[in-house]
Design a protein around this ligand. Structure first.
Ligand code: DC
Length: 230
């Protein structure tokens, strides 16, 4: 890893608002941004496109899915994400891909295939990244570590609004069930489970606006960077 390039690692459960907060913090600081969840979503989509039954038999196809992860032909362009030059920015956010991403993310070979790729996003002047294991595994030396969360009901509501806003149909009861199941799977899996790193400060956004959460992360970053305590 590059010790002189600052990293802000934001981890937390599904739909906690990490993406919104992390991308806005990156924009404010002029840093690069890595949405690590997108890589797992892209792996799920690429695997499905190859005919691999990701949802039903992810484990049996671990090596094939890991190969898809290693060979991902992906390009990030602002808010757009291209897989083999096809704009999949919306497709990777639908509920099927969300469920599949959670399955592929549980596979050790897939996580190993994506590790170096994530670290390559660390470029000057700095990186803000969000996911589940940014602070614990991918960037353990991050200058600032934040564990961002919100109640399951609030997260289901946010996802509901997000999906409706993007023109998808959505159902609150199903979303809440899905979020709880995904939390359980992300937290109990063997490889890189979702846990709060011992050096990560908690940020509960249940009653916090996105603006306030962004301001709080920037405030924490200012404290650690002004005291140079890496
Ligand atoms: O953050 P997200 O909802 O876009 O993530 C999609 C899936 O990928 C989710 O099930 C958790 C998983 N994931 C992971 O295991 N590790 C990461 N660093 C990021 C996401």
């Amino acid at each position: 890893m590059s010790p002189n390039i600052p990293v802000i690692a934001i981890d937390g459960p599904s739909a906690s608002g990490k993406g919104t907060v992390a991308s806005r913090v990156a924009l404010t600081l002029g840093f690069h941004y890595l949405d690590s969840g997108a890589l797992y979503r892209l792996t799920a989509l690429a695997s499905r496109q190859k005919g691999i039954p990701v949802l039903e038999q992810a484990q049996q196809y671990e090596q094939d899915i890991a190969e898809c992860a290693a060979k991902l032909d992906v390009r990030f362009e602002g808010e757009l994400i291209f897989l083999q030059e096809e704009d999949v920015s919306l497709a990777i956010r639908d509920e099927q891909t969300s469920r599949e991403a959670s399955r592929v993310a549980a596979l050790g070979a897939v996580r190993a295939a994506l590790l170096q790729r994530q670290r390559e996003f660390l470029q000057a002047p700095g990186l803000v990244t969000d996911g589940r294991d940014m602070a614990t595994v991918v960037f353990p030396d991050a200058n600032l570590k934040v564990f961002l969360t919100a109640s399951a009901e609030e997260r289901a509501l946010r996802r509901y609004k997000q999906l409706i806003g993007k023109g998808f149909t959505a159902n609150m009861v199903d979303l809440l069930k899905d979020i709880c199941e995904r939390d359980e799977r992300d937290a109990s899996r063997e490889h890189a489970p979702l846990v709060q790193d011992s050096r990560a400060g908690l940020l509960d956004t249940t009653y916090l606006s996105a603006d306030a959460a962004v301001a709080e992360v920037l405030r924490r970053y200012q404290i650690v960077s002004s005291h140079d305590c890496v």
